[in-house]
Structure formats: C-alpha cells, structure tokens
Design a protein around this ligand. Structure first.
Ligand code: ADP
Length: 197
C-alpha cells in the first residue's frame, strides 16, 4: 500500500459509547466508520473463525492479534474495493482496533493516526449498567454476565490503556463519556471537523 489511511481512533473502556459515536460520525460525508467488534460479529458462527471469535469473546478475552489483523485487513480492503470507504476523501474512524500496543505496531504502516478520542468514564457502575442494558437490547453474550464484564474491563485497563502512551498525549483528546451522547458528539466534532480540511 503506498498511502496510509488517514485515521481517527475511538478509544475507551467497553460501554463508554464508542460504537454510538462511531456510528453517528460514520453517517457524515468524509468519515468512514469501522468497528472491529462488528466485523467479528458479522462472521458466520458456524465457521472456524466465527467459533474462534465466540470462544474468546464469551470469556471477555481479546481474539489473538494474528486472526484479528488478518480479518480486519481483508474487511478494509474489501470496503475500499466496493468504494464504501474512499481513502482519498474519507477519514477512517476506527473503533475497537488497534486494541493493544502490538496491534498498533502491526497497523502502523497502514494507518496515519491523526487523533485519538479517549472517551473517559471513571464510574465503573455506569459502565456496568450500560453494558447490561446493551446485553438485553443487542443479545450480546459478552455483556450478559458480571464476571465477563469484569474481565473485559480488566483487559481494557491492563492491555488497551497502555496504547495511550504509545500514541502520546499530543494526539489524544479526552472527552467525558458520561455527558449526553449529543454533547459527546459535539466535543468530538469540534476536534474532528478541522481534520477534513
Ligand atoms: P467493546 O468495545 O464493548 O469491548 P467490541 O464490540 O469492540 O466491544 O468487541 C467485542 C469483542 O470482540 C471483544 O471482547 C473481543 O473478544 C473481540 N475484539 C474486538 N476487537 C478486537 C481487537 N481489536 N482485537 C482482539 N479482539 C477484539
């Protein structure tokens, strides 16, 4: 690939609203949203890959990097080919990937990370209650039990959070995820829109 995709990352613990914000942002011309969890959930669960995904996600664990990257690259290339994602005019909005420092290293030749939006929520109870309501709404097995949620939050703290050190404070924009989703979007757009120029 000769040109890296111009990219912004949505970053934050499970339940902070990355999917909601990413989806809304992706509706606007100039932004293309790709959520890694959605890519996984779209796989047929009767396939080997689909089974591997269930095996890890149902325990609150991350899918191994090699599988994740292979799948993600294939999906993005497909979206470029279908012209859903037009890298020459769209900013790629990634949510859920890269998820750890190793994934960031493996992706560094493909993405030019312009900004990292860190959705912050120090209130664990809020995250639990958001994830529990999502479990009911979206029938997500990884949100269904407190033990799995605990494990995912712990994985975020130990494996994903160090990513912020990798990208560095000057690229990170912290946004309070406990605000109304429209206010979160407002804060996000204030920083993301100038990147379109
Ligand atoms: P959340 O943001 O609430 O954790 P996601 O939909 O992003 O939920 O991810 C659901 C599950 O999919 C994760 O718990 C993990 O098992 C798997 N997954 C998603 N993205 C990645 C990734 N980049 N690397 C490894 N596993 C991933």
């Amino acid at each position: 690939m000769d040109q890296k995709y111009r990219t912004i990352l949505l970053f934050g613990a499970p339940g902070t609203g990355k999917g909601t914000q990413g989806h809304a942002l992706g509706e606007l011309p100039g932004f293309y949203h790709c959520a890694c969890g959605d890519v996984f959930r779209s796989i047929d669960t009767s396939t080997e890959l689909g089974q591997a995904f269930l095996q890890y996600s149902s325990k609150g664990q991350l899918v191994p990097d090699e599988i994740t990257l292979r799948l993600w690259k294939a999906r993005i290339k497909h979206r470029v080919k279908s012209r859903d994602f037009r890298p020459e005019q769209d900013i790629l909005v990634l949510d859920g990937i890269p998820r750890d420092v190793n994934q960031a290293r493996l992706m560094k030749d493909m993405i030019d990370v312009l900004k990292v939006f860190h959705l912050t929520c120090p209130d664990r109870e809020q995250l639990f209650s958001r994830l529990r309501s999502r479990a009911l709404r979206d029938n997500r097995i990884d949100d269904a039990s407190n033990t799995v949620i605990e494990k995912r939050l712990a994985t975020y703290d130990s494996i994903s959070k160090p990513l912020m050190g990798y990208y560095g404070e000057d690229r990170i924009c912290h946004i309070n995820a406990l605000q109304h989703p429209a206010k979160v979007m407002h804060d996000l757009l204030q920083e993301a829109v100038p990147l379109l120029d």
